[in-house]
Design a protein around this ligand. Structure first.
Ligand code: ZN
Length: 145
């Protein structure tokens, strides 16, 4: 566990102490903030905008790359698994993860938000593997029949 790490402990307790001090001296912090803003007009905005423009390609590239990785990972989980209803093995793109019980998030959401493989595995463990047709029929039954 990371909290047992002594380095983390020091860092963590220092952070807590700093936060306590800041909470106690709120008006002083406000004063410092105002002073800084007077001395540095428009600096943060410019800095943020510059960082955004400097890093937009890199950030978007990283995100796209990670989404691709997640897609591969999820397709690997679906591969060569039969649909639980019709028992046919389809291509991974035709397979859905059906939540029979409680649902924290959908697997497509996990891909969109670039969640970790561990989080995805945890959610997939709650799911049944179902082909897209059976999945639609399943939900149609629930909603309208
Ligand atoms: Zn099916």
């Amino acid at each position: 566990m990371i909290i047992d790490d002594p380095r983390f402990k020091t860092k963590y307790s220092r952070r807590i102490t700093n936060k306590r001090w800041r909470d106690k001296n709120k008006s002083h912090m406000q004063y410092l903030k105002e002073q800084w803003e007077i001395n540095n007009p428009a600096k943060p905005k410019i800095h943020k905008k510059k960082w955004y423009l400097d890093n937009i390609d890199k950030q978007n590239g990283l995100r796209t790359k990670r989404r691709g990785e997640i897609r591969e990972f999820i397709n690997g989980l679906k591969k060569d698994k039969p649909c639980i209803k019709c028992d046919i093995i389809f291509d991974p793109i035709c397979i859905d993860f059906h939540h029979p019980g409680d649902k924290e998030f959908s697997i497509s959401y996990a891909q969109r938000m670039c969640l970790t493989n561990e989080a995805i595995l945890e959610e997939v463990a709650k799911c049944d593997i179902m082909c897209a047709n059976c999945h639609r029929l399943e939900h149609n039954d629930k909603n309208f029949a």
